[in-house]
Design a protein around this ligand. Sequence first.
Ligand code: ARG
Length: 486
Amino acid sequence: MHRRGRIEREFDVDAAKYTSSLHFDKEILESVILVNIAHVKLLEKAGIIPSDLAEKAEKHLQEMLKKPPSLDDPRYEDVHMVIEAELTKHVPQIGASLALGKSRNDAVATAIRLRLKERLLNLHESCITFCEALLRKALEEFGTIFPVYTHLQRAAPATFGFVMHSYAVRLLKALQHVKLVYELSDESPLGSAAVAGTSVPLDREYAASLLGFSRVSQNALESTASRDFIVEALSCLSVIVLILSSLSEELVVFSSEEFGLIVFPEEFSATSSIMPQKRNPVVAEIARTKVAELLGLLTSAFMMSARQVSGYNLDLQQITPKLWQALEIIEETLHIMTKLIPSLRVNENRCMATCSPPTGIVEVANYLSLKYGVPFRNAHIFAGKISKLIYEGNLNETSFQRTKAEFNIEVPLTLEDVMNLMEPKRVVRSYATIGSANPTLVKRAVEDSMINLEEEKRWVRNKRTSLEFALNRLKGRISTQKPNNY
Ligand code: ARG
């Protein structure tokens, strides 16, 4: 179908199926139609096609948005061919001109960017919603004692709010990357034609503004054949899924009977078909493994665009669905995790026990240094010996006094002082540095993050308003009022 040019024989049916992108073009169907509406306007503006026919073609293309053509006929190579054929049925003169100055190479490069921009805005919003769930939990639990680990060994008393906030901070940083990828994608390749531009005098700036892009791309070879922006997007998505994966892993580990620090919500757990005592944290298990799927997609995209001679190669076509698959995975994972977070419960007794002496023993060393000027290394060695005695169950008045003498700790420190210094609630209250797990500071940091989140909301609202304004105009749903920020 649609073959002529140099080729005389019909394309082999299986070869057509094998090379077609139709089965994953649905994602860009609307964007491709919009690109074609914009192109018709460009041809009209250049005085190449008459306004009445241009208007007729636009109307038909707008109809197609409401009643999209089927993408099931395997004889078409891709969505671009389907749209051209559809339009040709109704407005043959314009259908026949649709490829004047426009290649599928610049059309697809434009359509992918357009759709990606929409999906990044959705993703940005889903991340915000998830972040809000984390921050709300952090605020609820800002003072709830919870142990933190290094090397998976008990390291220090902290609070559950502190841990939840740490994930929110990671997410907020990842959001900066989402915005960067949005900015990278926010340029219009339309008018680049197949590879080197075109002699058809198309107003590329006009095309960009019609399609809601903030600028035009600067090199036709680059903009038709580079998929770096997809690799960027996939690596940004991988980082988000990586964060979700660490959180999920923590939920799995800390809700196990061995740790028992967290009660994993029943509505997100499954039982075993044979062992009735089981409560498996299945949602978190699936969520933590999604990072591997994402990495697979990122790796594929990397390798598909590596070792290519510049200029469009059909290899590039195969990269696009990786992007949509990754977005699907991340959206469903964010959705379920956002639902799960509010139902998380902390086993407070267990957490207090885990944070009990000697977990906070560094505070004894700090106290000796800060109050009595004992050099920290000496204080650390003394505290280390005390912690050994606690682990062995041998700390009593006699062993305490003996250890003090052994390490020349000649200050009025009693065994009672030592035990008080390690009391988990006191330990967390004593943290003095910004960013520490001191409940008062955690609360303040969470509130600051909420303010940051408001800024993120403003960003996405502004971008969405201007994008929708442009696209609604193209779709024929003309809004009479310009958005404030436009
Ligand atoms: N279907 C292709 C893609 O998704 C666009 C067509 C480019 N084909 C070509 N023969 N130049 O990338």
